[in-house]
Design a protein around this ligand. Structure first.
Ligand code: AHG
Ligand code: MN
Ligand code: MN
Length: 338
């Protein structure tokens, strides 16, 4: 029987394509794999271990933190701290970045940004959640403590990005700028196996994913685009199908496999939308472009936005290229009234 390649084998085989610090980036991806396995273990027993429910604290954006948010955050930080590949980390769950400055990190070149647990409101109802990660090479001088500017780089400077989805099966999907590959976890063996090599998103797509409960708050262009998706026109395969889980990772993953658009627009209540540029949109934008798709804020390519602050939010339109272009066309046709 043919044996599938493991994630570890794949990382080593493909490190020749990494632009620099090959061994370190391979080791870093392996550390993320390890932390992901640990988080997966906790999520799988969430219902058993009495660890579901709010931790009683709010994160920097004032949202209730779930216990697993805290746990996932701690697991990623401690795993990455124990190994020497990165010199700093920023997380959606922490106000400021952290500096790794002990001996083993003294010549590390990379920084990581993470959303340790995405879709956390779905934990209590046994629906898929995920972890999103984004990796940059530091821009400040090696050997010195990392600075904020190492984290505030535009998405087009990412050297790798990906996510874990803890769903009906657990998968790790990532890119290092040479296509997108997905690995499915075999819990019996404890390894990820290559299950979806060189993923490509459909050009046209059929699914639109948006929280329509926010309809009254949406810009006119987005309202009109939703109406367009719902109209009857067999020549363009309309009406389209609506699917929305409420976990970005799970919604993105489904649309990557089946073809579709994910939208989190700005609204009268959220002037820049809800999703975070650095922890959520940049890594997903890098992945979708590597799979042949598009990601924008409705007007500008996500990967070209110059970040101003760690927890910056941005409207997000991401998925099959023809669908994203159509949505952008509606935004141009109905410019904001404000
Ligand atoms: P997080 O759990 O990391 O805070 O992210 C939640 C995000 C994202 O996963 C999801 O797509 C979006 O929030 C859903 O928001 P709405 O409930 O407003 O639709
Ligand atoms: Mn999130
Ligand atoms: Mn989160």
């Amino acid at each position: 029987m043919e044996r599938h390649i493991t994630l570890g084998e794949f990382i080593i085989q493909n490190q020749k394509d990494f632009p620099y610090a090959k061994g370190e980036l391979s080791a870093l991806l392996s550390s993320i794999r390890l932390a992901g396995k640990m988080v997966n273990q906790e999520i799988n027993k969430a219902g058993l271990a009495n660890i579901i429910g709010a931790a009683g604290e709010e994160n920097v954006q004032g949202e209730a933190q779930q216990k697993l948010d805290v746990l996932a955050n701690d697991m990623f930080i401690s795993t990455l701290r124990k190994r020497g590949e990165i010199c700093g980390l920023a997380s959606e769950e922490m106000e400021d970045h952290i500096v790794f400055d002990d001996e083993i990190h003294s010549d590390s070149k990379y920084v990581v940004l993470i959303d340790p647990l995405d879709g956390s409101s779905n934990i209590d109802v046994n629906v898929s959640v995920g972890t999103i990660f984004s990796i940059y090479r530091r821009v400040t001088k090696e050997g010195e403590p990392v600075q904020l500017e190492d984290f505030l780089q535009p998405g087009n400077k990412q050297v790798a990005a990906g996510y874990l989805v803890y769903g009906t099966s657990t998968m790790l999907v990532y890119t290092t700028g040479n296509g997108v590959n997905a690995f499915t976890y075999d819990p019996g063996i404890g390894s990820f196996f290559l299950s979806h090599p060189n993923m490509r998103v459909s050009e046209k797509g059929k699914i639109y994913s948006i929280n329509e409960g926010n309809y009254v708050h949406m810009p006119e262009g987005v309202k009109q685009y939703i109406k367009w998706c719902q109209e009857l026109d067999p020549s363009t395969n309309r009406p389209l199908t609506s699917r929305y889980i409420g976990s970005l990772v799970a919604d993105f993953h489904r649309n990557l496999l089946k073809g579709g658009i994910y939208i989190y627009p700005k609204g009268t209540k959220a002037p820049n939308g809800k999703l975070r540029l650095l922890y959520e949109c940049n890594p997903m934008a890098y992945l979708i472009e590597q799979a042949g798709g598009k990601a924008s804020d409705g007007h500008t390519r996500i990967l070209d936005i110059e970040p101003k602050e760690l927890h910056q939010r941005v409207p997000f339109f991401c998925g099959s290229p023809i669908m994203v272009e159509k949505a952008e066309e509606f935004l141009r046709r109905y410019p904001d009234q404000d």
